[in-house]
Design a protein around this ligand. Structure first.
Ligand SMILES: [Fe+2]
Length: 341
């Protein structure tokens, strides 16, 4: 969320483009992601690992380019792509504690001396050059994995984070697979095993999939289980889906880009967790995903029937079934509230 994706957009992913045509366009290098193939294949989706990327050399990601983009997009009224927030300096802080500010461009200029961050979500949907870079990265993932992955992707986006010195991104989990690419400045990232259920119990994942961004609880006594990555320009780190993480910015302004994507199997697991969350609220003790083929099939199938068959955004891919299930309850509650006035 991303790292930590707070803002959910409703813009369709642009059509995939071939790598040959990408390489002729502005801002696109031959390969966006470079890694040891064996390590990539062994760890992708399961464990955190570092790799190299080419975005740090790309003028599309300079602070000046971000400021220009923010200025022109603000003029066009596309301010829903931005989150400007006061930063945190605590690992156990909550995203809801962050206070929105306005004036995006001045916020970017003030980053070196303020305590804030600017997040530009889904930047690829706003400018074709960023879209091409993201599509090239997805093709790189396929090349490194040695197998098709793009057909399994239900939603992908690129998010750019600009942050003040020493800002902490609080501990959290994300649904998507992610590559966090450091472009300028430095960051310390701590990533934890997504399969450690002492660290990340199933009920916390269920709360996250009901929409609680603070679902995962930081446990200071388990900090030693985290894997530390020092990100400098040109270095990226892979975040496996649901891997808890927190980030501390270095002493300078940081620019980083997150290339993150949902996949069919991840969405399916999310839907099982959502059904489990509802069952737990009814006082039951549901089996986590992976324990029962039949149970998983029934739970995922139910949510799939309710959900969007062609997701147009992250919300569609992960929450559309739950949203439809909750709609009558929300309507009833609204009507009751109105009649009580
Ligand atoms: Fe994140």
């Amino acid at each position: 969320m991303p790292a930590g994706s707070i803002l959910i957009n409703s813009v369709e992913v642009l059509p995939m483009v071939a790598s040959e045509s990408c390489s002729r366009d502005a801002g696109v290098r031959e390969h966006t992601l470079q890694a040891n193939t064996l390590e990539f294949q062994r760890h992708f989706g399961a464990a955190a690992f570092s790799l190299r990327h080419s975005l740090a050399e790309n003028p599309l990601f300079s602070l000046e380019a971000m400021e220009d983009a923010a200025a022109s997009w603000t003029k066009l009224g596309n301010t829903d792509r931005f989150v400007v927030s006061g930063g945190q300096t605590r690992t156990d802080a909550k995203f809801s504690e962050m206070v929105d500010k306005d004036r995006i461009c001045s916020a970017i200029r003030a980053l070196p001396h303020s305590c804030s961050y600017v997040k530009i979500s889904n930047i690829n949907a706003l400018d074709a050059n960023y879209e091409r870079v993201m599509q090239q990265a997805l093709l790189d993932v396929e090349r490194l994995l040695g197998q098709p992955i793009v057909p399994r992707i239900t939603w992908a986006q690129m998010t750019v984070f600009l942050s003040s010195p020493n800002i902490v991104t609080p501990y959290h989990i994300d649904h998507e697979a992610n590559f966090l690419c450091q472009i300028a400045g430095e960051k310390d990232v701590w990533l934890f095993d997504p399969n450690d259920r002492e660290l990340l119990p199933d009920p916390e994942i269920e709360r996250f999939y009901l929409g609680d961004l603070n679902g995962a609880q930081y446990r200071e006594h388990l900090q030693g289980r985290g894997k530390h990555f020092r990100l400098v320009p040109g270095i990226a780190v892979h975040h496996p889906p649901l891997a808890p993480h927190w980030v501390k910015n270095g002493p300078n302004v940081s620019i980083s880009a997150s290339i993150n994507f949902c996949m069919r199997e991840l969405d399916r697991r999310a839907h099982i967790y959502q059904v489990n969350a509802l069952l737990r609220r009814m006082g039951l003790h549901p089996s986590p995903p992976g324990r029962s083929v039949t149970g998983d099939t029934v739970k995922a199938g139910g949510m799939k029937l309710l959900g969007s068959s062609r997701p147009k955004n992250y919300r569609d891919a992960v929450f559309s079934g739950l949203d439809r299930l909750r709609a009558p309850y929300k309507l009833t509650r609204k009507l009751l509230q109105r009649s009580a006035r």
